[in-house]
Design a protein around this ligand. Structure first.
Ligand code: HEC
Length: 270
């Protein structure tokens, strides 16, 4: 099993031609959508928190002006998710307003493009977290149901979100995060499983999450194997978060990555 995950991560180091998603999974992106989101991606890939409020405002405007563009709705929603997951002193808006925008826009993107089965990977955790905050079991159940739809259609991308939902829990729920890691299906022929222009350090960032779950489970050797494999990535040398991984390997106490305010940037920052 450990070998399997190593292969997955090593697979991430090269992006072969002809990357392919599972049958039935299709995005509804368009040249207009690419154009309307490109300024945001510049900000996101630089983790430029000072430029973020203006970039999000521009996305909100584009989403209003182009209500049928999946990509604009999705990136608007995920941009607000970034603001929630990595709050910064420059943020002018309220946390709650950003959370509501994230939920509404990611949901709207899924309505616009039901074949984009990546979306449950984001919508599921948004709903579960919101339900947990509000102590609202119906919303939690709705989030878990959406997540399962995604896992059924696109496990290589969506199963990772089981880790996100359960890693911070204890007992039986934490075991669900561990089980998701142990059976994580990520073929290196799938764009969700390699480093891409918008997820520049996917492989290295994923290693922090997978390794931290093993570490929390008391499986230090398995954690180390994952961290070591990430160092083999051809993009490791340019990864801004090398110190996080190296501190873990040295045994220094580290905040679990799913609690940190770099939880998006570890995969996305150039
Ligand atoms: C483990 C690595 C990882 C983490 C952590 C991560 N992402 Fe991603 N993200 C990806 C990958 C891989 C994709 C590309 C999925 C695909 O298209 O196959 C992606 C896609 C995206 C996209 C859409 C990109 C596009 O081209 O349309 C956005 C926006 C995004 N993520 C935002 C976030 C935010 C916000 C967070 C934090 C809450 C986050 N990501 C955390 C790996 C990660």
């Amino acid at each position: 099993l450990r070998v399997r995950i190593l292969l997955i991560l090593l697979g991430c180091t090269s992006a072969p031609e002809g990357l392919q998603r599972p049958a039935g999974v299709a995005l509804c992106y368009s040249p207009t959508g690419d154009q309307q989101t490109s300024a945001f991606f510049d900000v996101f890939l630089k983790a430029d928190y000072a430029a973020r409020p203006a970039a999000l405002q521009a996305l909100e405007g584009a989403a209003m002006a182009l209500p049928s563009e999946e990509e604009v709705a999705l990136v608007n929603g995920l941009g607000h998710l970034w603001r929630i997951a990595e709050p910064a002193p420059q943020d002018p808006d309220s946390f709650l307003a950003a959370a509501l925008t994230a939920k509404a826009e990611v949901q709207r993107a899924f309505d616009l493009c039901p074949s984009d089965y990546r979306i449950p990977a984001w919508l599921g955790p948004i709903l579960v977290n919101m339900g947990r905050q509000l102590n609202d079991q119906a919303t939690i159940d709705q989030g878990l149901a959406v997540l399962q739809v995604g896992i059924d259609h696109y496990p290589a991308f969506v199963q990772f979100s089981k880790l996100l939902i359960y890693a911070d829990s204890d007992g039986a729920d934490f075991q669900k995060a561990l089980a998701a890691v142990e059976s994580y299906p990520c073929p290196h022929t799938d764009p969700a499983c390699v480093n891409t222009p918008h997820a520049v350090h996917n492989a290295e960032g994923a290693a922090l999450f997978l390794g931290d779950v093993y570490d929390k489970a008391g499986r230090r050797d398995d954690a180390l194997a994952i961290y070591r494999a990430a160092q083999q990535s051809k993009d490791y040398a340019s990864w801004p978060f090398r110190p996080l991984l190296e501190a873990r390997m040295a045994g220094s106490p580290a905040e679990y990555i799913w609690r940190s305010t770099s939880q998006c940037s570890v995969c996305h920052q150039r």
